[in-house]
Design a protein around this ligand. Structure first.
Ligand code: NAD
Length: 360
């Protein structure tokens, strides 16, 4: 049966960049045997304008039925005055929670052609290729008790609780070990086991799961050291697995090593490999509607979809190689432009990737 893909363009540059990714999907469907149907729905600010809420029931229903979801981005100044509970970003949280997307995969890849875009020296980052696997539905962001209260001395006290069950740790570790197994068989689990009991448990459970994967070399690192090592010698890492808050911070740090927010895809997966795929950047209201946004992060999100939700490694590689070829030919959107390269707009970049799909 055809795989069902739900397309959620969202706001700002979302529709522009998603259009380019849809072109790629349509070409793979028509010419390379990718058996898919695509459906489109509203989310974020676009959904607020049309229906009054950021995640209409119809969208959530389609998302539940889909095998995979491609999201552009949500949000923008127009909706900032709204209360938090009905802001565009709530649509994303509703999708993650409603679909049980607990595993966030954030690759940080530095294409050699773009090494100059990093704030680190090219020899430190050229060829960088890391995947950070972040647990997405637990930890201090969800733990209880939480809130601000007045204590017996009349002082305000803020409380959040870091909490993980062993089942939550085990399932995210398995996702990470499976990915490590398909790559260089090396996994670094990041915790703060020297001071936080919940992450002492994390280390114990990661080690237990490691016994199921004797072919993968497991190491452990404290989060403060990992933050330092990522800027000192990032190429020592291949796959990193960590909890929600550490992963939030480390994945942003790792993505910035590559210098270009417009290049990086991400995936959020449930227990059965169903996923929501999206660029790591936001809706970039400052450039929306100008036709200059970089569509490559969204196009590379499609490659992740094919690899992780559909097991279609051939077409995933086809997309990634096409992107490499286009960069080799010197085509650049404004955000990755450098001297001697040719600047192109959003749709010209998408068309170039499309044309490169079939080239050897
Ligand atoms: P942003 O990622 O949208 O933009 C940051 C900077 O990077 C801007 O200068 C922008 O022009 C540039 N940029 C981003 N994507 C680009 C691309 N593909 N090509 C070229 N340049 C690109 O972050 P922000 O400005 O902090 O947030 C804008 C809006 O996006 C806010 O409403 C925020 O809440 C929302 N947001 C949404 C998501 C999401 O949908 N997953 C993620 C982050 C932020």
């Amino acid at each position: 049966m055809s795989k069902q893909i739900l397309i959620l363009p969202g706001d700002g540059i979302g529709p522009e960049i998603v259009d380019e990714a849809v072109k790629i999907l349509a070409c793979l469907r028509d010419d390379y045997g990718l058996d898919i149907d695509m459906h489109e729905a509203l989310v974020g600010g676009a959904a607020i304008d049309a229906t009054g809420g950021p995640l209409p029931e119809a969208t959530l229903e389609l998302a539940r039925e889909a095998d995979a979801i491609l999201l552009g981005a949500v949000g923008g100044p127009k909706w900032e005055p709204l209360p938090y509970a009905v802001r565009p970003e709530r649509g994303l949280l509703g999708l993650r929670g409603g679909l049980g997307l607990f595993a966030n995969l954030r690759p940080a890849i530095l294409y050699p052609q773009l090494a100059a875009a990093s704030s680190l020296r090219p020899e430190i980052v050229a060829g960088l290729d890391i995947v950070i696997v972040r647990e997405l539905t637990g930890d201090i962001y969800f733990g209880k008790p939480r809130g601000v209260h007045i204590n017996e001395d009349g002082q305000r006290v803020g409380v959040n609780t870091m909490v993980y069950t062993e089942a939550e740790i085990r399932r995210i570790c398995r996702v990470a070990f499976d990915i490590a197994r398909k790559r260089n068989k090396s996994l670094c689990s990041v915790d703060k086991a020297n001071v936080l009991e919940s992450t002492e448990l994390w280390r114990e459970v990661a080690t237990e799961v490691g016994a199921e994967y004797p072919d993968v070399a497991l190491s452990h690192m404290y989060v403060d050291n990992c933050a330092m090592q990522l800027v000192r010698n990032p190429k020592q890492f291949d796959v990193i697995v960590t909890g929600n808050i550490f992963g939030d911070i480390l994945s942003d740090e790792a993505s910035m090593l590559t210098g270009s927010i417009g290049m990086l895809p991400s995936a959020s997966l449930d227990e059965h490999g169903k996923g929501m795929y999206e660029p790591i950047h936001g809706s970039a209201p400052d450039i929306a509607g100008k036709g200059v946004a970089n569509p490559l992060a969204t196009i590379l999100s499609v490659a992740m979809m094919l690899r992780y939700s559909f097991g279609d490694e051939d077409n995933a590689r086809r997309i990634e190689q096409a992107v490499t070829r286009v960069l080799d030919r010197g085509l650049r959107t404004a955000d990755i432009m450098s001297a001697g390269m040719r600047q192109v707009g959003t749709s010209e970049m998408g068309d170039a990737v499309l044309a490169a799909l079939g080239q050897e």
